[in-house]
Design a protein around this ligand. Structure first.
Ligand code: ADP
Length: 312
């Protein structure tokens, strides 16, 4: 369980995290979303005591991270996929972390197996691919057999098989009654992995709900295909109905249910070749939630955007 209360981080005049409250509960995967610069990494760093809050607090299993006698056993964290530049083998790298935390060597072998690093455990970490580095980071996070896992962009650099593996892994981890907080910019992946979503925007919580609730808040539309689509579109024209032409024979209709559209087509004697109700995706919901951010971004000049991108 992670609980943030009025959690705030300021860097000089910049408020990176602006008095946020949220809880990350055990037994489910919580996704952490938000545009670049929204404050996700800063929040994650404060959870694991790498950054001090300017105000407010964040507790892990009832205490600030640093006050736990064996923090590695409380929280495992994979933050920013930084390559570990070391000549050590993966096994020795993990052994050195284990040794400084009083974790037995057999646990090193267990996490190597758990993360699929067996075949490369004897190889130099410095030569690892990003994907292998991610698995190694996850292995290190799991060393203390923690009740809570915090993963910042864990599928970055992984191949499709690796992405699938991380998804299965965190789902299983949460199913054991543990807590998972996970950030990702891959919305389709998040929709498949997370149960609950917290969205940050400009340092504030702009959504905190289940994936089903967030997806349910998107507008559905109806996709209609017909060789005489113009006649259908004309028949549907009325206030509060939006008809968008998608293809020569396809329209998308917002504001009317499929049965009304089907009846309207029949009334003008036009055959429909498709009539599909489409629910918005998590990505659509996310885009709606963060539209203000995006508008703000598109108003900056390309040079400023570039500089901003580099600054991050
Ligand atoms: P996210 O992880 O959502 O992309 P961050 O937490 O990295 O966002 O950043 C939030 C804001 O705080 C950004 O505007 C970023 O530039 C700023 N920021 C982050 N770390 C620092 C720092 N060490 N010094 C100054 N500003 C920072």
């Amino acid at each position: 369980m992670i609980e943030a209360t009025s959690l705030t981080k300021r860097y000089g005049a910049k408020t990176a995290v602006d008095s946020i409250d949220f809880a990350v509960r055990p037994g489910q995967v919580t996704g952490f979303l938000g545009p670049n610069g929204a404050g996700k990494s800063t929040t994650m760093r404060m959870i694991v005591g790498l950054d001090r809050p300017s105000a407010g607090r964040v507790l892990v299993n009832g205490k600030p991270y640093a006050e736990h006698a064996a923090p590695l056993r409380e929280v495992g964290a994979l933050l920013e996929a930084k390559a570990v530049h070391t000549g050590r083998s993966a096994r020795n790298h993990l052994r050195s972390i284990a040794a400084t935390h009083g974790i037995p060597r057999r646990r090193v072998d267990e996490v190597i197996d758990l993360t699929g690093l067996h075949s490369v455990a004897g190889k130099r970490v410095g030569g690892f691919s990003l994907g292998m580095g991610q698995r190694l980071g996850l292995a290190a996070a799991l060393l203390g057999d923690p009740a809570t896992l915090i993963l910042d962009e864990p599928v970055n650099g992984l191949d499709p098989e690796g992405v699938l593996w991380v998804r299965g892994f965190v789902r299983q981890f949460a199913a054991q009654g543990r807590t998972v907080l996970l950030s990702s910019h891959l919305m389709s992946e998040m929709a498949l992995t997370a149960d609950h979503i917290i969205v940050l925007g400009k340092g504030r919580v702009i959504a905190n709900a289940t994936v089903a609730e967030i997806v349910g808040s998107t507008q559905t539309f109806v996709r209609v295909r017909s060789p005489r689509i113009d006649e259908v579109a004309r028949r549907l024209t009325q206030p509060d109905v939006t008809v968008t032409s998608v293809d020569a024979d396809v329209i998308e209709v917002r504001g009317l249910p499929a049965d009304v559209i089907g009846d309207a087509a029949l009334s003008v004697g036009v055959a429909l070749h498709e009539l599909t109700t489409v629910q918005g995706s998590l990505e659509d919901a996310y885009m709606n939630l963060t539209r203000d951010e995006v508008e703000y971004r598109t108003t900056v000049t390309p040079d400023a955007a570039l500089a901003e991108g580099i600054a991050r």
